[in-house]
Structure formats: C-alpha cells, structure tokens
Write a protein that binds this ligand. Structure first.
Ligand code: MG
Length: 229
C-alpha cells in the first residue's frame, strides 16, 4: 500500500506569489536602458504576461536579430541581466506583492494546515547567489504571510538543483508544486517518483512535453494542472 509522508514541496515564484508581471513592469519603467535589446509590447495585463509562451521574459522580449546569433545573444543577455540585477533582483522584490489564490487556499488556510495528514510544507525556492537581497525579500514575505509552524523555507542557491536540496535534507514527499517544466524534469530524472504527484499551474510557458509525460507515467508518478490565470 502507498505510504504518505504528509509532506508537500511548493515552489515560491508564480506559485505563492506572481513576480513576472512586476518584472515586466520594472523593465518598462526603465525602458530607455532595455530599448536597444528588447521589443516593445506596450503595457500588458497580468493575464497576458502569464500566458506568454516563453518562460524567460528577457528572451520572450528580445529582438530577433539577437536571438538568431549565439554570440550576440550571450552578450545581450549579459547586458540585460546586469541591468536587471540592479533594477529587480537586488531590490525588495516581494515587498508590494500579494499571495496568490493558491497560497491563500493552502498555506494561509487554517482548515488545511490543521489537518493531521499534512505534516510539513516546504517552500522550495531558488535565489540568485549574486543577489542575496532577493532571498532576504523572500524571507520577509514568507514571515509576513505564512505563519504556520508546519511551513518551512528551503532555499536553493542558483546553480543547484532542487532535487539535490531535497535529497541532502532527506525529505520524503508526496506532492511537488512548481511552474517550471525544468524543475519537474529534474525530479523525474533524479528522484524516486513512484506514487508521487506533481501539480502545475497552467500558464502559457509550461505545457507538458510528450517525453516528460511518458517518463512520469513510466516511473509510476502522476501530474495535473490547475487554473492559475
Ligand atoms: Mg516558480
């Protein structure tokens, strides 16, 4: 019989809080800096931003002449990232943001948190090691909204896989919630996923690739999407 650990792993960005609409608006606020490299799509709604087909916003917006040239692409990515480090990552990113409906229904819901079946919820979130301000901002947001002793932050430094941190901490889990297909793929490739489930918000950029769908089923796991836009 399947044994439940009662442990849920949840990603933070675009699961507990939407940061890409803010990211997009920060780029627009500093438009003169980014204008040489990016296409101007004008003001967009959160729905339009979350429906984008490309996960990385800077890649989504990049002018085609840079996308088609490998060396130019690297160079431009570098310039844009240097700007974003100052304008976004090294700021108090989460300060003016609100929890998502998912966060409200699960991590801020006493009915869910009081259930004996739920032992622990780990917030498994990546942060850039060259912008520790972002990790500090994440901590403040978590302290402000997620107060249950069952909820714990598990930070993952950029360059490290989420599955590595889960293994290092010997965490048995039942459910993993994340918006990025690369993170789901990481778990499928590096963890025992038999009897485990993945839950994914339905955005424009994270359709399930056929091969990954096959691998999940082959390894005895399951996945589903929920409406998030
Ligand atoms: Mg995310």
């Amino acid at each position: 019989m399947k044994e439940f650990s009662g442990v849920i792993l949840v990603d933070m960005d675009e699961i507990l809080v939407e940061i890409s609409p803010k990211f997009y608006n920060v780029v627009r606020l500093n438009w003169l800096k980014y204008e040489p490299w990016l296409n101007d799509l004008g003001p967009l709604t959160r729905e339009e931003i979350l429906s984008r087909k490309q996960f990385l916003i800077e890649k989504w917006l990049m002018k085609e002449k840079f996308l088609n040239d490998v060396d130019k692409f690297k160079e431009v990515k570098h310039i844009i990232y240097a700007g974003l480090l100052q304008d976004f990552f090294k700021t108090d990113v989460y300060k003016d943001l609100e929890p998502t409906n998912f966060a409200k229904h699960i991590l801020m819901n006493p009915v869910v948190l009081e259930k004996n079946e739920i032992k622990k919820i780990y917030i498994l979130t990546k942060y850039p090691t060259n912008a520790l301000e972002m990790l500090e901002s994440k901590k403040k947001f978590i302290e402000k909204y997620f107060k249950s002793p069952k909820i714990e932050l598990l930070p993952v430094p950029s360059g490290k896989k989420k599955s590595e941190v889960v293994k290092e901490n010997n965490i048995a889990w039942d459910l993993f919630v994340d918006d990025e297909i690369v993170n789901i793929k990481d778990f499928v490739e590096n963890c025992n996923i038999e009897g485990k489930e993945f839950l994914i918000p339905a955005y424009g950029y994270n359709k399930m690739p056929e091969l990954l769908d096959f691998a999940i089923k082959e390894k005895g796991g399951a996945y589903s999407y929920y409406d998030a836009i």
